[in-house]
Design a protein around this ligand. Structure first.
Ligand SMILES: Nc1ncnc2c1ncn2[C@@H]1O[C@H](COP(=O)(O)OP(=O)(O)OP(=O)(O)O)[C@@H](O)[C@H]1O
Ligand SMILES: NC(=O)c1ccc[n+]([C@@H]2O[C@H](COP(=O)(O)O)[C@@H](O)[C@H]2O)c1
Length: 172
């Protein structure tokens, strides 16, 4: 079978790598949609689609994984049209893996097979939690693959997230 997963991957973390490995145990290839591709430079979505693309590509290459396609997907302002929008951009797939209730509902209504993902070490392996840790100056290095840590360092990603949390009342 050919599978699809979508996430914002802000950033791509160890939980994402684990679920991609899990999906590939049961499928011929996985199409990885980079969701909200138009968003970047906000606290919830700090990285551009290109930066997230690089995080995923370098990590999967480093793990010897080659049966995947990465497709950036911008949001559209009509949920009923979203699945057709995704289909227009991606290689074929028949099965969708997600824990996101809206994604589940939209694909289910278009007759796709939709499967849940096992949540792995969710206390640490969560984009929200990692962004919080970065802001609080806590250790998050072990929550992401080394490839992602290095890309975030090269992009000055830690200072970017910290700058995005400031207001114009804060001292420069
Ligand atoms: N630790 C994890 N174990 C299993 N699945 C996960 C884990 N973290 C995220 N996922 C799943 O990966 C998909 C894409 O995730 P997403 O990019 O939203 O990551 P996230 O960590 O939930 O990010 P955020 O906290 O920023 O929303 C979703 O279906 C999500 O449920
Ligand atoms: N109408 C739409 O554009 C639409 C609908 C459902 C999901 N999505 C996207 O799918 C992605 C789901 O990923 P998350 O689980 O990280 O939220 C998000 O980027 C979300 O914006 C978009």
């Amino acid at each position: 079978m050919k599978a699809f997963i979508i996430g914002r991957f802000q950033p791509f973390h160890n939980g994402h790598l684990a679920i991609i490995k899990h999906i590939l145990e049961h499928n011929e290839y996985v199409v990885i949609g980079i969701g909200s591709a138009q968003l970047s430079h906000t606290i919830m979505n700090p990285f551009t689609a290109g930066e997230r693309y690089l995080m995923i590509l370098n990590t999967l290459e480093n793990n010897g994984i080659s049966n995947y396609y990465i497709v950036p997907i911008e949001d559209v302002n009509s949920n009923p049209m979203w699945v057709a929008h995704v289909e227009s951009l991606t290689p074929p797939f028949h099965r969708v893996y997600t824990n996101n209730p809206l994604v589940r509902r939209l694909f289910y209504e278009k007759q796709y097979e939709v499967l849940s993902l096992p949540m792995i070490n969710r206390n640490s392996w969560s984009g929200t939690r990692i962004r919080q840790k970065i802001l609080k100056g806590e250790d998050w290095r072990s929550d992401v693959p080394d490839t992602v840590y290095n890309i975030m360092k090269d992009l000055d990603g830690i200072n970017r997230i910290s700058d995005l949390s400031k207001t114009d009342e804060d001292p420069i």
